[in-house]
Write a protein that binds this ligand. Sequence first.
Ligand SMILES: NC(=O)c1ccc[n+]([C@@H]2O[C@H](COP(=O)([O-])OP(=O)(O)OC[C@H]3O[C@@H](n4cnc5c(N)ncnc54)[C@H](OP(=O)(O)O)[C@@H]3O)[C@@H](O)[C@H]2O)c1
Length: 319
Amino acid sequence: MQNTYVCPRFKLNNGNIMPAIGAGCWLGSAGEDEHVTAMVETALDLGYRHIDTVGFNSSSGNEESVGRALKKTSIPRVDIFLTTKLDQKDHSRVLEALDTSLAKLGVEYVDLYLMHWPMAFNESDRTLQPGESPTFVETWKEMEKLLATGKAKAIGVSNFSVQTLSVLLAQATVVPAVNQVELHPCLPQHDLLAFCAERGILLTAYTPLGKHKFADDPTIRSIAEAHGPETTLAQVLLSWGVQRGTAVIPKSLDPSRLRQNLRLIELNASEMDALNSLHKKPGMHRSMCSFHSQTLGGSCFGWTYKQLGWEMIAGGIHL
Ligand SMILES: NC(=O)c1ccc[n+]([C@@H]2O[C@H](COP(=O)([O-])OP(=O)(O)OC[C@H]3O[C@@H](n4cnc5c(N)ncnc54)[C@H](OP(=O)(O)O)[C@@H]3O)[C@@H](O)[C@H]2O)c1
């Protein structure tokens, strides 16, 4: 396979460069080792230079699998942008958790280290409520110290809203480089995008294809068709994501879809408008992720949508 593709790139608030398209490495369950290793090897061959993985305290996660692919490649480490995340169970042991991730990945540093969720779990897996220590502000203060070690080139957050970011920014010394959140036309989070852009925080879109559940949507289909018979829905969605100024981390185990997901098209203003307002169609505004719980009137990992600052009702449906 030949790498001939040059991916668009974003400059982070620390001056470092992040390729706009990354390979999402979380397959939905932990420990699918060979699949993840093969996927990352293929992605690197195809031209991906941004890998997004995750460290889980309590399971094998997939850092080791990603690490195996990184070990095999001849691409210099410096040319790969590598992101991993601090698990909810590790908020009280930030440096130790990063060291564990580095050992699993077999690298000396990550380009970006994200606080995966604002809420921490204690040793017995109980979710700490806002105000209980370590709060996400306390965790962030520990993450800020990582920059001096050189083990994380940039730090950021994930699953933060305008509400939780406002609390964080009021006490932070370092502005997060990135906030990684669910973003696709059913959940465009326009207010969060504007808030982050004003503060120099790059949004990364997870689940940017909406898990490819848009196959029947006539708006996206007609935009794809207007760009020629070869253009796919996935390319429309990823192009929309990058054109509105967000990085995107689609996941695919299939080499031809991995290749396709690297090829962006240029959308015109009316196509961008149509995608920006797709969520306004009745029943469309919702999350595509399965970790939303019906408990507490709608929650994720023990925090209500109100605590998270998410305008949703039970089941991940937007108000
Ligand atoms: N920070 C967080 O809390 C968080 C949460 C969730 C996800 N994430 C990250 O975001 C990444 C991506 O999210 P995701 O996996 O939830 O959703 P996604 O990337 O929106 O969708 C993945 C699904 O789309 C299919 N697909 C991929 N490319 C396609 C194409 N060109 N045509 C048709 N189908 C295609 C994949 O199937 P095939 O594999 O068969 O191609 C898979 O079923 C994850 O891997 C993870 O790294 C982060």
